[in-house]
Design a protein around this ligand. Structure first.
Ligand code: HEM
Ligand SMILES: *[C@@H]1O[C@H](CO)[C@@H](O)[C@H](O)[C@H]1NC(C)=O
Length: 533
């Protein structure tokens, strides 16, 4: 009896009192928050070292996304060293994530258990705003169809359709350099023009359009919206993509949504142009035309095309730009002479033939090697693109990673693994001259979701390098702010995005033989005009 009374008194004095109720609710919230605070989507995985000192809610996210003044891959390397293991687990918000820093483990997972790594982690609040998105989606039947269609369009049997685009646009590029370089006295930055070549090709192979078809503002705004979307993809910059609690707070206006709207508007204009040409009886050879045969819906056609355009403008351009950065730097200049000799040797001294065949075959081992070494050494996607497992996978040490876990390949570190590449941190242009077939590096990722454009990208980089080397002696600017940067990591000043971006630089292009260059450019122009007529 007394006890019951005491209890009732106690209740009345404590949680039933107004002050008590507030305290009670506060304690309840605190308990809920604390249990939420360290919750991850998966429990700690046995047999994989865990990075200590996760913060509540954000895990280790506060050190990523450029917040440490370095790119995520560099931070992952430091974490691996701190826990003394090439493989470790950490928490990106509530996402338990396994990071792989070495070639051997990468190979055991991405290649030997490739099909188990075929999904991508969901990036909530981003990928769901894009429509069909090849790069950011799990491998559903729809994505499988779109990827297959994209692969077909980018595959070797179709390349012959692209030569008549790439050859004149690369000629125009070289001709423009030639015209503006003032015999090598005026330093030039070629980035924007390089991006133009690659984007032009991709516009043509997707919607059958050309850069020249529409005014520059149209294209530049299109690229701007594409880059705004790319800036968010798989980036660890936005806490809300990783911390569920933050997503309860409504977002004012999402940059992704507005960029996607602009992207879509541009896409529709391209598609209307295409339809008008078809209605006028023209045959337009492009993915949109071919995808009809792949039995894709209109939405899937657009999804495939926009996914390709999305990935296109900066990557290949950066490859060529950074290869030239190295070639025109004090360290790389002697290799220009060696590369020219290798090109001429492969074509029995016939530089006209070397020029004409640049896009049509890959016959110069030193150029192929130089391209691979550029993509290895300067890893443009430093942490590739994250994957998610669709089945349990087994690490070389026997530890089992559960189905559904996020896996990150630290491509920058894997590409510089001393156990796999000798003198991994030095740039050796002939490193791959005698290499065996197989995966040379992981700049394009590896395995079941490897970049579908790997082969065509390699061909374009090699071809542009061949033509540039045939045409010019290249010398980087000596101005401190405009000299090429050839550091394996510091070449890029982008730390908070999936894709690195070379620092801009100037280069002096001096024609090796002006008369010959005039002649070969004029010949190609004539051929292009004849085939257009
Ligand atoms: C030097 C140039 C390029 C580099 C370094 C590069 C790099 C990459 C990487 C690292 C991935 C992730 C692969 C993985 O998860 O294993 C990827 C995927 C992809 N790339 Fe590329 N890429 C390049 C050029 C291109 C171009 C020109 C296109 C389009 C025409 C393109 C379209 C794509 C697409 C659609 C995916 C997603 C594939 C999927 O998730 O199934 N890439 N790329
Ligand atoms: C690239 O070419 C190689 C050799 O022809 C081929 O085995 C591979 O499947 C191609 N890769 C892609 C992604 O198209």
């Amino acid at each position: 009896m007394t006890i019951e009374l005491d209890a009732a008194d106690f209740l009345r004095d404590t949680i039933l009192s107004p002050r008590g109720a507030v305290t009670f609710i506060a304690v309840l919230i605190a308990i809920v928050l604390l249990t939420e605070a360290y919750k991850t989507d998966f429990a700690k995985i046995r047999g994989v070292p865990e990075l200590p000192s996760a913060l509540p809610f954000v895990g280790h996210l506060h050190l990523l996304g450029g917040r440490s003044g370095r790119n995520d891959a560099t931070v992952f390397t430091e974490w691996g060293e701190a826990v003394g293991s090439n493989v470790f687990q950490c928490s990106l918000g509530n996402q338990r994530t396994v990071v792989v820093n070495d070639w051997a483990t990468m190979y055991a997972l991405w290649i030997e258990q490739s099909q188990q790594l075929i999904d991508r982690p969901h990036q909530p609040g981003f990928v769901d705003k894009l429509g069909i998105d090849l790069t950011g989606s799990c491998m559903t039947d729809q994505i499988r169809k779109c990827r297959a269609a994209g692969m077909r369009a980018l595959g070797k049997p179709n390349w012959h359709k692209y030569y008549h685009l790439l050859e004149p646009s690369s000629s125009k590029f070289i001709s423009s350099i030639f015209g503006r370089s003032n015999d090598g006295k005026t330093p030039l930055d070629t980035y924007v023009h390089l991006r133009h070549i690659v984007f032009d090709l991709c516009l043509s192979l997707t919607y059958g359009a050309r850069f020249g078809d529409v005014d520059d503002d149209f294209m530049l705004n299109f690229i701007k919206s594409i880059n705004a979307v790319s800036a968010v993809r798989s980036s660890t910059k936005a806490y809300r993509h990783f911390v569920p609690l933050l997503r309860m707070i409504p977002e004012a206006t999402s940059e992704t949504i507005s960029a996607e709207r602009i992207r879509r508007r541009h896409r529709d204009i391209l598609f209307n142009n295409y339809n008008d040409r078809i209605a006028a009886g023209e045959t337009v050879d492009c993915i949109v035309a071919a995808l009809g045969e792949d039995k894709l819906t209109e939405e899937e056609v657009h999804g495939t095309c926009i996914s390709l355009l999305q990935a296109a403008p900066d990557t290949v351009a950066s490859g060529v730009y950074q290869a030239v950065a190295w070639l025109c730097s004090p360290e790389g200049r002697p290799t220009q002479q060696a590369a020219l000799a290798a090109i001429l040797e492969a074509y029995g001294g016939d530089r006209d033939m070397a020029w004409k065949m640049a896009f049509r075959e890959e016959r110069v081992p030193l150029i192929s090697s130089l391209n691979k070494e550029t993509l290895r050494f300067f890893t443009f996607a430093p942490y590739a693109t994250p994957r998610r497992t669709v089945k349990d996978v087994t690490l070389p040490n026997g530890a089992v990673l559960p189905k559904g876990i996020t896996l990150i390949m630290n491509a920058q570190q894997v590409n510089h693994d001393e156990a796999h590449f000798s003198s991994a941190w030095s740039f050796q242009p002939d490193r791959f001259v005698d290499s065996k077939p197989g995966l040379p590096h992981v700049a394009f990722g590896a395995g079941s979701r490897i970049c579908p454009a790997v082969n065509i990208s390699n061909r374009i980089v090699c071809a542009l390098l061949t033509r540039l080397i045939l045409a010019f002696e290249m010398e980087g600017s000596k101005e401190p702010t405009r000299a090429p940067n050839v550091d394996a990591i510091e070449f890029s000043d982008v730390y908070d995005e999936l894709v690195a971006h070379p620092r801009f630089y100037d280069c002096h292009f001096k024609a090796r033989d002006s008369a010959w260059l005039d002649k070969i450019l004029a010949e190609e122009k004539a051929t292009a005009m004849a085939s257009a007529a």
